[in-house]
Write a protein that binds this ligand. Structure first.
Ligand code: F6R
Length: 243
């Protein structure tokens, strides 16, 4: 695990976008990206989009797989991750929408939809670089504390803390779905490379547990300690509880 502490969020984004760009250069235009939603990677996507616009990164054949999706939101709901990924990733990066996948949170057969998602990742040749944020409780994807360290894509129940954290995107807490589909920790670990970004003091405890705590289901992010190529890019506030 490599830890990079940056003076501010802009530098976090610049360094993380550069990390993604290096993988794109190495793999080529048909790179497979793993993409997270949430606030943390937005500036990274902005900086990566600038590299694409400047002709420095070619994503013309790229595919992308989202980490997770809410269960039960209607098609086109602005806070469904399918829509969030379209707005923040697919369009700014100029990806072909046909090659951008999000778990199907509206499927009648959820179990089959999860299996299909795992197969689609495998058929694409696996994720070359997975972009992650981390929840204040240590979750990655929607793998909440106590998630199995070898889990695959499946349905999960969001904790009250995560629903409260995400209520800012909805009109009220009641509207935040209770269930989600998420890539498992085992799925995330299969990516060739991982870059996790975290900014702000609200992430300091989670970052300390992820980097310096035991590898434990009580902090799902700590599983990244076992990944050979995991880069953690944080600002000083998020790094403030590291020893
Ligand atoms: C998003 C995801 C979550 C977020 C985490 C942090 O697809 O899987 O793990 O990365 O909840 O969210 P933000 O970045 O909004 O603080």
């Amino acid at each position: 695990m490599e830890i990079i502490i940056c003076p501010d969020g802009d530098e976090v984004a610049r360094v993380a976008a550069e990390t993604v760009a290096q993988v794109c250069w190495r793999v080529g235009p048909d790179v497979v990206l793993g993409v997270a939603t949430g606030s943390s990677p937005l500036a990274l996507y902005r900086d990566l989009a600038a590299l694409v616009s400047a002709g420095k990164v070619d994503l013309s054949g790229a595919s992308a797989f989202a980490l997770d999706e809410y269960v039960g939101l209607p098609e086109g709901h602005p806070e469904s991750y399918a829509e969030v990924i379209r707005r923040t990733v697919t369009e700014p990066l100029g990806l072909d929408p046909a090659r951008v996948r999000v778990p199907d949170g509206r499927a009648d057969d959820i179990e089959e939809a999860c299996e299909r998602y795992e197969l689609a990742i495998r058929d694409a040749g696996g994720v070359d670089i997975q972009i992650l944020g981390i929840g204040a409780n240590g979750h990655i994807g929607f793998n909440e504390p106590s998630s199995s360290l070898s889990s695959r894509t499946r349905i999960k129940t969001l904790t009250p803390k995560t629903r409260a954290d995400n209520a800012r995107f909805f009109d009220s807490l009641d509207q935040v779905p209770v269930h989600c589909l998420t890539q498992g920790l085992g799925t995330i670990l299969d990516a060739d490379e991982v870059v996790l970004v975290a900014q702000g003091a609200s992430k300091a405890d989670a970052v300390a547990a992820m980097v310096e705590g035991p590898v434990s289901a009580s902090c799902p992010g700590s599983i990244l300690q076992t990944h050979q190529y995991a880069t953690i890019v944080v600002d000083e506030a998020a790094a403030s509880k590291l020893a």
